[in-house]
Design a protein around this ligand. Structure first.
Ligand SMILES: *Cc1c(COP(=O)(O)O)cnc(C)c1O
Length: 349
């Protein structure tokens, strides 16, 4: 069978930037170890390549959401710790017992299940105010984690990207109050933005995700964190339109003068969602080419009046610096990464 032709859509991935971001977060974590949240396929980048790079740089603690995600990378762990955030359901027990990964126990039921199954090393999540996953501190006082080989007791910040929100200090103090109350050697609280909140948020282990992949939510990370993922789309057609002509579904854009368009092979099925309609932009060299009209499922139109040399088959870089792209589209930086999808040819540079 003939080999597939190269995709008309690619995602350039900067391995040096990924490693550099981890090193920066590791430095900012002070004496705490710095782990990596790699759930959702490494935030959409491709988890196996992400793990190999972070592992080679010294990362020893990885976090996924589910046992299926753990199985996808278990062979790459090489002795590093791998934690499944969502814990163990009855249906997970067999897989969990046969896996090098460990559950993060979130409820008294999960703790009891892991204990009765004779499970080994585990972590636990305590809820300190987010009211998402986690044991109540009263469950811990009541002995929910007794008899377990608990290694890390963690909690999760609800408002880390709002450095002035007093909820952060309250959550930090609630976790600190649990030091010595369980067998856990390590406490862990900070996600990416939490790492920037200061030394007293790092505890023994930090768990950044977003900022490894170029996300910047707080001023303190704007300097050290670099963009990792760079989408590029091929020009399928170039066309000229006249004044009064419209572009795309529902004719939301009307040309007021003669103009030229390039039609690019990217759309909302590639995570380039309709929030970029009329607000996104691509780039040919230094020349900006704004998105015109609605984003379709597989295509966008960009104005190329400023770049007369663009031809069918050329590649345009999609502007995807996460803070600016989030601003333009109304999507979160997390959504911009995790929505990227399967049609990109991923190329590590
Ligand atoms: C996703 C996640 C993280 C990483 O958060 P970022 O904001 O992406 O840095 C850390 N801890 C838990 C429990 C998570 O679910």
């Amino acid at each position: 069978m003939a080999e597939s032709p190269p995709a008309p859509l690619r995602l350039k991935l900067d391995g040096e930037a990924l490693a550099g971001n981890w090193r920066a977060l590791d430095r900012l974590s002070g004496t705490a170890a710095c782990g990596a949240a790699i759930k959702a396929d490494g935030y959409g980048l491709g988890v196996r390549d992400v793990v190999r790079r972070l592992r080679d740089d010294g990362c020893r603690d990885f976090f996924v959401a589910t046992w299926e995600e753990a199985a996808d990378i278990a062979d790459l762990m090489d002795g590093a710790a791998l934690t499944v955030f969502h814990g163990v359901r009855e249906a997970d027990i067999a897989a969990a017992l046969g896996s090098p990964a460990r559950p993060c126990l979130n409820t008294p039921e999960q703790a009891k299940r892991w204990h009765e199954a004779g499970g080994g090393a585990c972590d636990a999540m305590v809820d300190t105010g987010m009211n998402r996953l986690g044991l109540d501190p009263a469950d811990i006082a009541g002995g929910a984690l007794e008899g377990l080989a608990l290694e890390t007791l963690m909690s999760h910040l609800a408002c880390a990207d709002e450095p002035d929100n007093p909820a952060n200090a309250a959550q930090r103090d609630a976790l600190a109050a649990l030091r010595g109350r369980t067998r856990a050697d390590r406490l862990s609280l900070a996600n990416s933005a939490g790492v920037a909140l200061g030394a007293d948020y790092a505890f023994d282990l930090t768990r950044p995700g977003l900022s490894l992949y170029g996300g910047v939510q707080v001023e303190a990370l704007a300097g050290p964190i670099r963009q990792v993922a760079f989408p590029e789309a091929a020009v399928i057609q170039r066309r000229a339109i006249g004044p009064g002509e419209t572009v795309g579904y529902n004719a939301t854009f009307t040309a007021t003068a003669p103009m030229e368009l390039a039609i690019l092979n990217i759309g909302y099925a590639d995570g380039y969602l309709r929030g970029f309609s009329g607000t996104g932009s691509a780039r040919f060299g230094e020349v900006a080419c704004p998105v015109v009209g609605r984003v379709s499922m597989d295509l966008i139109a960009v104005s190329v009046d400023a770049a007369p040399e663009i031809r069918e088959g050329d590649w345009l870089a999609i502007d995807y610096a996460l803070p600016a792209a989030a601003e333009a589209s109304g999507l979160s930086q997390y959504e911009l990464l995790t929505g990227l999808g399967r049609r990109y040819q991923r190329q590590w540079i």
